[in-house]
Design a protein around this ligand. Structure first.
Ligand SMILES: C[S@@+](CC[C@H](N)C(=O)[O-])C[C@H]1O[C@@H](n2cnc3c(N)ncnc32)[C@H](O)[C@@H]1O
Length: 257
């Protein structure tokens, strides 16, 4: 299928999603295969359908955003977060500001709330959680999860904060209330400020080097001095000093002052 450059421009006009900031080979292959499965053999015909059929458009956004997630993804890193990073950030403070910046269906921000109950009472915890994909966040607000997705959660939290329902588990209102969800495009929208911790995991891999550089600079601006950026397990930053970060632990970067 040719004419991908035109397709990218048209998608940007229609959705504000800038496909040129995503690694082209990977994204083009994914979109091509989705288009073919949906019965379109050219990008032109596929775009026409995106423009005219809401359900085709939703399916496209859902597919290109890749919402796969789970609670306490890569548990060893969550151990480091709990043992070394949160104590460093708390340092006499009564609360900390945390941004889960590609939060998918809520597994990450809800894991953060549960982990933080080791340090703060629930009513003192607030997490900002954002994602490009509004549908994923709508699911987060419902809070139903599979047994597989909650497998890494410490048993005491599962007992305390989840109820079996149908063939899944429903997270408690007390956890949900601590998270504010908002739609946000990392490539385009303004970033929050004065964050102590930014969690951005398993989305950077899809972006071009240019897009990533821009995002790292904006993350640096969004953090307080000595604030921490937590990235995914295949997303280590090459030469973090370029973005005024120092490596604090593997997958954790501290803003320089
Ligand atoms: C694989 S999930 C990662 C979820 C979670 N952070 C984790 O590590 O398990 C990637 C998420 O990034 C979101 N995403 C993709 N492009 C984005 C963008 N430009 N701005 C914000 N979020 C984006 C997707 O909607 C998806 O929910």
């Amino acid at each position: 299928m040719e004419r991908y450059p035109d397709f990218m421009k048209n998608v940007y006009k229609l959705t504000s999603i800038d496909l040129s900031s995503y690694k082209e080979k990977q994204m083009k292959r994914r979109i091509e295969s989705l288009a073919k499965r949906s019965g379109f053999d050219t990008f032109e015909k596929y775009f026409h359908a995106l423009e005219n059929d809401k359900s085709t458009l939703n399916k496209f956004i859902n597919y290109m955003t890749i919402n796969v997630s789970e609670f306490y993804r890569n548990p060893k890193q969550w151990e480091i977060l709990k043992r070394d990073v949160i104590p460093l950030l708390i340092d006499k403070k009564r609360s900390i500001k945390i941004w889960s910046s590609a939060c998918s269906m809520g597994e990450e921000p809800y894991s953060l709330v549960m982990m933080l109950t080791n340090f703060f009472s629930l009513e003192k915890i607030t997490i900002i959680a954002t994602d490009l994909d509004q549908e994923a966040m709508n699911k987060a607000k419902i809070g139903m999860y599979s047994a597989k997705s909650i497998a890494n959660i410490p048993d005491e939290f599962v007992e305390k904060y989840f109820k079996p329902k149908g063939d899944g588990y429903l997270i408690s209102e007390s956890i949900k209330q601590r998270v504010t969800f908002k739609q946000h495009n990392l490539l385009k929208d303004n970033y929050p400020n004065q964050c102590d911790l930014i969690v951005c995991r398993n989305v950077l891999i899809y972006f071009t080097e240019e897009a990533k550089s821009e995002i790292f600079n904006k993350f640096n601006d969004a953090l307080i001095d000595k604030g921490i950026l937590f990235v995914g397990s295949t997303e280590q930053i090459v030469l973090p000093q370029r973005f005024k970060f120092s490596s604090y632990k593997t997958f954790f970067y501290q803003k320089n002052i």
